[in-house]
Design a protein around this ligand. Structure first.
Ligand SMILES: NC(=O)c1ccc[n+]([C@@H]2O[C@H](COP(=O)([O-])OP(=O)(O)OC[C@H]3O[C@@H](n4cnc5c(N)ncnc54)[C@H](O)[C@@H]3O)[C@@H](O)[C@H]2O)c1
Length: 254
């Protein structure tokens, strides 16, 4: 049974749930709580197995490894065929290989640079292109970023460069899709312990430092990020596009 809420009658595609700690899972719960139907995309069979432990039959699963455009095109076609048009997309995907992440920007090799940009930034462009084709008017695309895009955060390295590119893509995509009344925004989330974060060298220090800089001394939660994602894909946010909304309890300000 679908609940009444600011997302009643809407269908939202959520890309990037790996497990119950994922930011995308916080988004899934918040978006379902507001009455939307959700479709989750997953990277591969290993992730699908993990998802099967946390989802029930009310949540549809579609495979989509974003490293190939053809996979993205196919996934959105499948979604259109099975569920009709959609109203929103959450893109919560990033990847850099260990050597690139840990080696420091100065030692970043071309392959590592390209892979991180490809999966973490370019994929938003391809997702927006194919996603917009099956999107209703007033549709909304939301991606996840981190403020290592504008500051040299210790050990964030190549991912900071990819996030800068991602945030710039948000502005250009918002402009390109404006006449179709489709909005594109990013949420800059505070540090949260997820699978992706454990790939960052000394991630415990990053999480601790971040926590010490929040206004209340507590890290932001995936459900707090999810609630803002729910707002951004709703019609309550039709005036917001091309923007980066910080959900980090003030870390970037202080
Ligand atoms: N955790 C944090 O502190 C934090 C802070 C700000 C922003 N973010 C961003 O939030 C997003 C979600 O990350 P998370 O922290 O929830 O970690 P997570 O590990 O739970 O999620 C990352 C997801 O990316 C997916 N992914 C990686 N390569 C892919 C590919 N080729 N095709 C399809 N999917 C692929 C993984 O399967 C996984 O589901 C990322 O963009 C991350 O950079 C995280």
């Amino acid at each position: 049974m679908q609940l009444e809420g600011i997302l009643s009658e809407k269908t939202i595609v959520i890309m990037g749930v790996a497990n119950k700690n994922s930011i995308a899972w916080g988004c899934t719960k918040a978006i379902m709580d507001q009455g939307a139907k959700v479709v989750l995309t997953y990277q591969n069979d290993r992730i699908k197995k993990s998802l099967n432990k946390i989802v029930d039959d009310s949540i549809a699963l579609v495979e989509c490894d974003v490293s190939e455009d053809a996979n993205i095109e196919k996934a959105f076609k499948q979604i259109k065929d099975k569920f009709g048009k959609v109203d929103g997309i959450i893109h919560a995907i990033a990847f850099a290989d260990k050597e690139t992440l840990e080696g420091g920007v100065l030692n970043t090799k071309k392959e590592g640079y390209n892979l991180a940009q490809d999966v973490s930034a370019y994929s938003l462009i391809a997702v927006s292109r194919y996603g917009a084709e099956i999107m209703n008017e007033k549709g909304s695309i939301v991606t996840l970023t981190y403020f290592g895009s504008t500051r040299a955060i210790p050990n964030y390295n190549m991912m900071g460069i990819a996030k800068a590119s991602l945030e710039s893509s948000v502005r250009y995509l918002a402009s390109d899709l404006g006449d179709r009344h489709i909005r594109v925004n990013a949420i800059s989330a505070g540090a949260i312990k997820t699978l992706a974060v454990t790939g960052i060298k000394h991630h415990r220090d990053l999480l601790k430092e971040s926590q010490s800089r929040t206004v209340d001394g507590e890290n932001v939660s995936t459900s707090e990020v999810g609630n803002v994602a729910a707002f951004l894909v709703s019609d309550m946010a039709t005036g917001v596009t091309g923007d980066v909304i910080y959900v980090d309890k003030g870390v970037h300000l202080i």
